[in-house]
Design a protein around this ligand. Structure first.
Ligand SMILES: Cc1cc2nc3c(=O)[nH]c(=O)nc-3n(C[C@H](O)[C@H](O)[C@H](O)COP(=O)(O)OP(=O)(O)OC[C@H]3O[C@@H](n4cnc5c(N)ncnc54)[C@H](O)[C@@H]3O)c2cc1C
Length: 372
């Protein structure tokens, strides 16, 4: 049994690029295929915390991500009028770097793609796999551009609707949780240095998070019975309806939601795979293995933590031992984030049986600030 020398990553998103960078650092030959020929990402922002900064720091791009985003003080739960109920200040995990950060998804994409290309990691755009055959020692892959290759390990980092997962576990698929999330970028009020989450309305919650000196983004997570599809031209009106009845900063921010083309709406669909996330020489990471809802703002951090841990283990052990060690270090943590996120959504929809979302959020934030 030998260590992996040649690895294929399917999917050039958050986890895929992070694992490619990590494997390159370990001296492992790695290549990436990405289905989207334009390598595009959605334009809204993402919320991340101390564990995201720490994981990117291991990859040598923590400071770049911080500079690309906006560091703020932490999360605050507020009532419907914007009065503060509880502050959850961020605990930094890396000396000299902040904890809570908002950044646009394109800004994170730029940090990851620049590092990948700077390291000379081959990335083939507009290409995916047609089929793969695992013969126990390596995996023979046929690609959509007619080429083929043989790899010691294939990593499926192809997101929530993973085609790699479908081959390995055909019955596993994301399930609608009952809620949808609405997102929109608006101007950041001067002096706003917290991400506020408004609680007190049944069926959902709203909030905002600074992204840059100029911008912040609003999110609204609500029960959407029957998983409706909305006509694109109605999206701004629909989102504003969900922002009605809130005071404080949200009242002013909601008035900026006017262009239906700039609303990003997603039904929440989650898929948390049982252990192990691998079969033979093919392993899943990120959303492909454990997609959750956005209630804890942890999707990107979980994908990057997976990447860092998998690269570390593959750099030090043979493939089978590395995959076991990877599961040992990742499964419970990712499951905790996934199940807690889904539970927070359940509590939004069923307040009569809800626990305390502020206490749960605080507990998970502290837990995730601990090293992996
Ligand atoms: C609108 C929105 C807002 C979000 N906000 C937050 C947030 O605030 N905080 C947070 O932490 N997370 C957030 N998330 C979740 C976060 O983006 C994901 O958890 C994270 O990107 C997961 O990384 P990943 O690498 O698993 O998947 P992705 O980053 O989705 O990457 C998957 C990649 O695989 C490619 N791909 C797909 N199929 C194939 C195939 N068959 N072959 C080759 N390539 C393929 C895709 O094109 C994509 O580039 C948000 C997600 C959305 C949609």
């Amino acid at each position: 049994m030998t260590k992996a020398q040649k690895v294929l990553v399917i999917g050039g998103g958050v986890g895929g690029l992070a694992v490619a960078i990590g494997l390159h650092q370990q001296g492992i030959d790695v290549e990436v295929v990405e289905r989207d020929k334009d390598w595009k990402v959605y334009h809204v922002g993402i919320i991340v915390q101390a564990n995201f900064v720490r994981a990117l720091n291991v990859l040598g791009i923590g400071d770049k991500a911080v500079k690309a985003g906006y560091a703020y003080r932490g999360a605050r739960f507020v009532d419907l009028n914007g009065n503060v109920l509880k502050e959850l200040p961020g605990d930094t995990a890396v000396d000299g770097l902040p904890s809570d950060l908002g950044l646009t998804r394109p800004a994170l994409h730029k940090v990851l793609t620049e590092k990948t290309l700077e390291l000379g990691i081959p990335v083939r755009l507009g290409v995916t796999f047609e089929s793969f055959e695992d013969n126990g020692e390596n995996v023979a892959v046929q690609f959509s551009d007619g080429t083929s290759g043989s790899y010691d390990l294939v990593i499926g980092a192809d997101g929530n609707y993973s085609a790699v997962r479908k081959v390995l576990w055909p019955d596993a698929r994301p399930q609608y949780t009952g809620q949808g999330v609405w997102r929109y970028n608006v101007p950041r009020p001067k002096g706003l240095d917290w991400s506020d989450i408004y609680v007190g309305k049944d069926k959902g919650k709203v909030g905002y998070c600074p992204l840059t000196e100029e911008d912040m983004y609003i999110f609204a997570v609500f029960e959407e019975p029957g998983n409706p599809r909305f006509a694109p031209e109605t999206l701004a009106n629909e989102m504003r309806k969900r922002l009605e009845g809130y005071g404080g900063i949200m009242a002013e921010a909601a008035a900026h939601v006017t262009d239906p083309n700039l609303v990003v709406y997603r039904p929440l669909e989650a898929c948390i795979m049982p252990a192990p996330w691998y079969k033979g020489r093919v392993v899943l990471i990120g959303d492909a293995a454990h997609s959750a809802t956005p209630h804890l703002g942890q999707g990107a951090a979980m994908a990057i933590e997976d990447a860092v841990v998998l690269a570390e283990e593959l750099g030090t052990r043979d493939v089978d031992a590395a995959l076991d060690a990877f599961m040992e270090r990742r499964f419970e943590r990712a499951k905790l984030v996934g199940t807690s996120s889904i539970m927070l959504g359940e509590w939004d929809m069923h307040p009569e049986t809800a626990g305390d979302p502020i206490e749960l959020t605080d507990r998970i934030r502290k837990k995730l600030a601990e090293p992996v």
